[in-house]
Design a protein around this ligand. Structure first.
Ligand SMILES: C[S@@+](CC[C@H](N)C(=O)[O-])C[C@H]1O[C@@H](n2cnc3c(N)ncnc32)[C@H](O)[C@@H]1O
Length: 275
């Protein structure tokens, strides 16, 4: 049987577009049953524990399936997050949105504070999971319109309460009052902008909105029904959305202040609304 090192260099030398270093290491760690890639490095010269499994998975990745779906998990802010075809694979920019929100939460409520928070459009529950770890006394709701997504989210969180329904409706029905709302809704209007691999494998419900601002508008319109008097709403947005979003905030959220933030690639990707 080949060693991990043999396979690593063999696959790397193939120079396949879907098999970069990170993907190969993830596939090898999975085939050996290691959660921590440091354990893989320590056993790099040992035989691959389940070589057949590895071959099947390499084949799926070469055919285009995102490696996170192939191995059934990814990492989000250091937490292992279970994923399958029913949930979007959490992205790096969403980590930035989540960290900024956690920084706000800690400043506003302290480490032991007990704010009421909702992760709307939770998908895999990655955001709710990260917040739960950092704010153990918070009451956290995670909502999604997809029952299939919520089934996965439930596996990734502990005390978070999951609710199914359209945007804020399940929170309105429950008469919840929030200190903080965080949301990464679907926001792609032009499907031509979607990468083929993403389009072929990730849930379209998680991607498409028409118009692009649809979910934001509905949330802004209903915000007064679920938010406390003072609050933060944190959103991931698409580039070039500032103008229509400002118009919507002026229409529905009079008296609030807002800030757009850029991501590490200098693109405006986040909106924070404070009241
Ligand atoms: C872009 S994904 C975000 C998933 C996750 N929060 C993340 O950041 O990785 C959007 C999610 O919104 C859900 N969704 C789409 N339309 C919705 C709606 N009208 N109400 C509630 N959830 C919706 C989808 O099922 C999907 O899980």
């Amino acid at each position: 049987m080949p060693t991990n090192r043999d396979i690593y260099f063999k696959l790397l030398n193939e120079d396949h577009k879907y098999l970069n270093k990170n993907v190969i290491i993830s596939l090898l760690a999975d085939a050996n049953g290691y959660d921590d890639r440091m354990v893989l490095y320590a056993n790099f010269d040992k035989e691959v524990r389940d070589f057949e499994h590895l071959l099947v998975n390499v084949d799926l990745v070469k055919k285009g399936m995102p490696y996170q779906y192939v191995i059934g998990h990814t990492y989000f802010l250091g937490n292992k997050i279970i994923v399958n075809k029913d949930v979007l694979i959490p992205r790096q920019e969403t980590e930035q949105l989540t960290v900024d929100t956690i920084v706000y939460l800690k400043k506003a409520f302290g480490n032991g504070g007990a704010p009421v928070i909702a992760d709307v459009c939770t998908g895999s529950g990655a955001i709710a999971c990260a917040i739960e770890q950092e704010m153990p006394n918070a009451k956290i709701y995670a909502t999604d319109i997809s029952l299939y997504a919520l089934k996965i989210a439930k596996k990734n969180v502990n005390k978070v309460e999951t609710l199914c329904g359209n945007l804020l409706q399940p929170l309105i029905d429950k008469k919840v009052k929030l200190d903080v709302l965080i949301c990464n809704p679907p926001y792609i209007e032009n499907i031509k902008n979607i990468d083929k691999q993403v389009w072929d494998y990730e849930p379209h419900l998680a991607l498409i909105a028409s118009p692009a601002t649809k979910c934001y508008e509905e949330i802004f319109k209903d915000a007064h029904k679920v938010m406390k008097e003072h609050y933060l709403m944190a959103f991931e947005i698409e580039e070039d959305m500032e103008k229509p979003l400002i118009e919507l905030m002026n229409k529905y959220l009079v008296g609030c202040t807002y800030r757009f933030h850029k991501d590490i690639y200098d693109k405006t990707r986040f909106l924070y609304i404070i009241k």
